[in-house]
Design a protein around this ligand. Structure first.
Ligand code: GDP
Length: 284
């Protein structure tokens, strides 16, 4: 497997990182991924490539395509992405500002990605997990009923901006649409929209608000399946296959490969970081 072939290269990357003196945090982040690499291969697959691990549970011969290989980075790529997500004096990861409308959004020119999903889908937990090597970043949550929900902008060094969009629910779908429609339609540097779906319950009626917007505006978007630690492998596989079928047959702009994640076990987090680094042009 690619893992073994690339091991010497990955080792070299850590040594270089340390020699360059990228600071204590970068060093410890590298160590954390080095620890991942030292895991037995089945545990490493479970953590880094959860979809690949699920594929082992398919009925032999049934062979549905989980599109595993569409985004299939090397471990070197994953290690590079980890360093982008690691805060240091040279790589500041900060909350920038919040906005309720596009014309209040900060004028940031670097590539942007945004995260949308219904309230309680696990969006703040996921963003916190992505920023686990920037612990001082405060992922603001405003859940009090009636409290204005905003788009929150985070700058990741000189690499990209991540936008935490307001959660939507069935109570006020038109508020959500009013707030985010212009942003989704007109934000020039928006490279990809990450649409979060709770893997325990699958795609809900309210998720169609976001799916229909992405489709209507012809946005390239990606489905991220949250809370995968909560289901048995069988249940999760069933949901994954259903969502996969939906993506294959009902969508135009959705990336065919799904990204299952857990903010609790960190399963899928490294791969998602790497995908974000890649689509924002930072792994070229
Ligand atoms: P948000 O409203 O989309 O920002 O959702 P939160 O991140 O606040 O999460 C909603 C609830 O789901 C909280 O109780 C979280 O602790 C829980 N949660 C979020 N992500 C996960 C996960 O990956 N695994 C588990 N088991 N629970 C999660």
């Amino acid at each position: 497997m690619a893992t073994r072939r690339l091991w010497p290269g990955v080792g070299r990357l850590f040594t270089i990182g340390t020699m360059l003196g990228r600071g204590r945090r970068a060093y410890s982040a590298s160590l954390a991924f080095a620890e991942v690499l030292r895991l037995p291969s089945n545990q490493r697959t479970k953590l880094v490539f959860p979809l690949q691990e699920l594929q082992r549970f398919l009925v032999p011969g049934s062979n549905p395509d989980l599109h595993l290989k569409i985004f299939d980075p090397t471990l070197d790529d994953i290690a590079r992405a980890e360093s982008i997500f690691t805060a240091s004096a040279r790589n500041r990861i900060d909350y920038v500002s919040s906005a309720v409308r596009l014309d209040h959004a900060p004028d940031l020119r670097c590539p942007e990605v945004c995260f949308i999903g219904r309230s309680n889908v696990g969006k703040s937990s996921l963003i916190k997990a992505l920023f686990s090597f920037a612990p001082e970043v405060e992922v603001r949550v405003s859940k009090k009923p009636g409290h204005t929900k905003k788009m929150n902008f985070f700058k990741v060094g000189r690499y990209f901006t991540l936008v935490d969009m307001p959660g939507y629910g069935y109570r006020a779908p038109e508020d959500f649409v009013d707030m985010v429609e212009d942003y989704l339609k007109e934000r020039r540097n928006l490279m990809r929209t990450f649409l979060l779906v709770d893997s325990v319950v699958g795609i809900q009626k309210t998720d169609n608000i976001a799916i229909e917007m992405c489709e209507e505006f012809a946005l390239p978007y990606v489905m991220v399946l949250t809370k995968i630690d909560k289901s048995s492998k069988g249940r999760l596989l069933k949901q994954v296959l259903q969502i996969q079928k939906f993506v294959d047959t009902e969508t135009q702009g959705c990336f065919p490969q799904l990204f299952p994640v857990s903010a609790v076990t960190f399963s899928g987090i490294h791969l998602l970081r790497c995908f974000i680094a890649d689509i924002t042009g930072n792994l070229d």
